[in-house]
Write a protein that binds this ligand. Structure first.
Ligand code: PXP
Length: 238
């Protein structure tokens, strides 16, 4: 299983002072040095954290892979087509949410998402769709040409009882198998942390996890190198 680091929170901190520090691009380059397999950023329509400048610099400077999370809207699709990240992950986006709140409803937005995928494919950008571990949404993802799905792990991460957590793990296990059978790659993320990731490792077949908040929070106390190394140990990455 590979590990990509989401650096949005570094941009949030930088933007708090309206100046240049801490720079998410420098942070991403250090994260690569400490062993992450990729960098994830979410260029939101309201630009609340990552800016277009960050994405362009990351594209030029990082040597692993750049996963651009974004809404399927014209303005951002055009930016993605121009910058050409290694992967686009389409997510639902609401202006007032604190963070992405759940997977895409592909079934209700087939035309919009299909069009976005086609426009990104024209530039040879692979596309992942952020979805709940729901077989019907996964079928719809394959039908409209997604290369990957990213399974929303928020329900697993926030489960209040062990039973709920194991039920959700079962749903995720079936979802991964189903997506693989349909020929798609499978990523996963949201709310994964140093406590719950061990249980999550019971699931086979996930290509990559995308983790942000927990690793950035840990790095505030213990430094980025320790935060990444510890997560890599838990993910059993050498
Ligand atoms: N994957 C997606 C699609 C997300 O929107 C987020 C949150 O930005 C993450 C993964 C990472 O979630 P977290 O910050 O809780 O690790």
């Amino acid at each position: 299983m590979k590990f990509s680091l989401n650096v949005d929170h570094v941009a949030t901190l930088r933007n708090a002072r309206g100046e240049g520090q801490p720079d998410p691009v420098t942070f991403a380059l250090m994260a690569e040095k400490y062993g992450v397999d990729g960098i994830v950023v979410h260029l939101r329509e309201d630009r609340r954290h990552i800016q277009e400048r960050d994405v362009r610099l990351l594209r030029e400077m990082i040597t692993t892979k750049l996963d651009l999370e974004m809404a399927a809207v014209d303005e951002i699709i055009e930016i993605a087509r121009d910058i050409q990240p290694d992967l686009v992950t389409l997510v639902p986006e609401k202006r007032r949410e604190l963070t992405t709140e759940g997977g895409l409803n592909i079934i209700d937005n087939v035309e919009q998402l299909k069009d976005a995928i086609e426009r990104l494919h024209e530039k040879e950008i692979p596309v992942s769709l952020f979805v709940e571990p729901d077989i019907m949404q996964i079928d719809a993802s394959a039908e409209i040409g997604a290369d990957f799905i990213e399974i929303h792990t928020g329900v697993f991460s926030n489960a209040e009882t062990e039973d709920d957590m194991y039920d959700e793990l079962d749903r995720i296990r079936l979802a991964v198998k189903h997506a693989k059978k349909l020929g798609m790659g499978v990523n996963a993320g949201h709310g994964l942390d140093y406590n719950n990731v061990k249980e999550f490792m019971q699931i086979d077949g996930i290509d990559e996890v995308s983790i942000g908040h927990a690793v950035i929070a840990y790095s505030v106390f213990f430094g980025l190198e320790n935060a990444i190394k510890r997560m890599m140990e838990l993910l059993k990455i050498d």
